[in-house]
Design a protein around this ligand. Structure first.
Ligand code: THU
Length: 146
């Protein structure tokens, strides 16, 4: 039964990974750089940053990029924590709570593995810590299509 026990990441280390990811952001239109770090039960971390587009509405958020990268690497669950941070280069960090679309995208990966990841929204004095289920109650997910 079961695999190895889930590794919970160090909160500040995961936030540091998100902050480092934000350096790669392509955000010439908003000048708001966001980084996201996804922690998995096996101890691995997958990051992403926002990728904007000249057709503004097509821009991709950091969390979506990270989730797509993780799924492209074959992950289908095990998501235990997410850290997000944003800000303008040269300015102070800003707290970012995942947008509605990103909540839904993260929910897909979480539900596939039956986890309810912690979401750490960093940037302010205090780190806001919420479960994905608090950010997206009554989520529609893969199970709804059974
Ligand atoms: N953004 C993210 O990457 N994640 C969020 O959760 C909120 C917003 C990005 C989208 C856009 O490139 C920039 O931040 C300003 O909205």
């Amino acid at each position: 039964m079961g695999g190895a026990a889930a590794v919970m990441p160090d909160r500040d280390a995961l936030i540091a990974a998100a902050r480092a990811a934000a350096v790669q952001a392509y955000a010439p239109y908003s000048n708001f750089h966001v980084g996201a770090a996804l922690a998995f039960a096996d101890g691995s971390v997958v990051t992403g940053s926002n990728v904007e587009n000249a057709s503004y509405g097509l821009s991709l958020c950091a969390e979506t990029v990270a989730a797509a990268s993780a799924m492209n690497a074959g992950r289908r669950g095990g998501l235990v924590a997410v850290a997000v941070i944003g800000g303008k280069p040269g300015g102070g960090p800003a707290t970012v709570t995942p947008c509605g679309r990103c909540r839904q995208v993260l929910n897909e990966l979480a539900q596939l593995g039956g986890t309810d990841p912690l979401i750490w929204c960093a940037g302010g004095e205090e780190v806001l810590e919420l479960r994905l289920s608090e950010l997206l109650p009554h989520a529609f997910g893969p199970a709804n299509l059974d």
